[in-house]
Design a protein around this ligand. Structure first.
Ligand code: ADP
Ligand code: MG
Length: 242
């Protein structure tokens, strides 16, 4: 089943909900979406609910209201594992690699749902991140922060996802490494794979965003192209330091 022409490829729509059965709502009518060939970026203050919105789209939260659709299919009730099988690749903000396993074992783990030969995909990941090939026999925990993030993204790519979701892929890395990671993410998006990404480096993220969301207190505060939001005086004053 395929979506209609103007429905987004992946959308978490009017999402309202929080953690557990009785926890307070963290998300309030929150909508985020991404289309093929696009990088959609979510920015906003600490605690705004960016990670919660990503987890909701991935099925780690029971939504009280709203729905999640992938390629026109309602997947709101599916488990995270079922969503992976449907083509979602998710790199969470924390604990996104196995530090005691080698780089290559991490990539193999990423391919856990595949029954076919995944050596071509592994070669593609090594082409994208050549340093990982050099370090493939090393425990991932011995790698630098930027290299670990490459392992995490590479792991997610091993399932050959139809959409890639990244929660703060440049957390804790230097500006140079951040630029490199962004270049690789742009390269991935250019292959047609939709990328939905949370970023704390708001200005740099908006510069590469085809579409951007500012979340505040679990709700959509601003939505537009990256360019629009960079030019928006309110966004500049409140979130970009002028
Ligand atoms: N596992 C959890 N259980 C309960 N509350 C949580 C959990 N994770 C995050 N929260 C709360 O949800 C709110 C949004 O957090 P989060 O989505 O992590 O924000 P952001 O990613 O924008 O920094 C915060 O108030 C946080 O305390
Ligand atoms: Mg977060």
């Amino acid at each position: 089943m395929s979506g209609s022409n103007n429905a987004p490829f992946l959308i978490g729509e009017h999402m309202t909900g929080g953690y557990g059965k009785s926890g307070p709502d963290i998300l309030h009518d929150c909508t985020i979406a991404v289309d093929p060939g696009e990088i959609a970026v979510i920015v906003g203050p600490n605690g705004a609910g960016k990670s919660t919105a990503m987890k909701a789209v991935f099925g780690m939260l029971d939504l009280r209201k709203g729905m999640v659709r992938l390629d026109g299919e309602d997947i709101t009730r599916l488990s995270p594992q079922e969503r992976v099988a449907k083509g979602m690749g998710f790199v969470p903000q924390t604990s996104n690699i196995f530090t005691s396993m080698t780089v290559e074992e991490n990539l193999e783990m990423g391919a856990f749902i595949r029954r076919d030969d995944f050596s071509d995909t592994m070669a593609q990941v090594y082409d994208l991140f050549p340093i990982l090939k050099d370090k493939r026999r090393q425990p991932a925990g011995e790698l630098s922060g930027g290299q670990r993030q490459q392992v995490a993204v590479g792991r997610a790519l091993m399932t050959q996802p139809k959409v890639l979701m990244l929660d703060e892929p440049t957390a804790g890395v230097s500006p140079i490494v951040m630029d490199e990671l962004f270049d690789r993410i742009i390269e991935v998006a250019r292959t047609g794979l939709p990328v939905l990404m949370v970023e704390q480096n708001a200005r740099q993220a908006l510069e590469i965003a085809d579409k951007a969301y500012v979340l505040v207190q679990g709700a959509n505060a601003h939505t537009g192209t990256g360019k629009d939001l960079l030019a928006d005086e309110n966004v500049r004053k409140s979130f970009l330091g002028g």
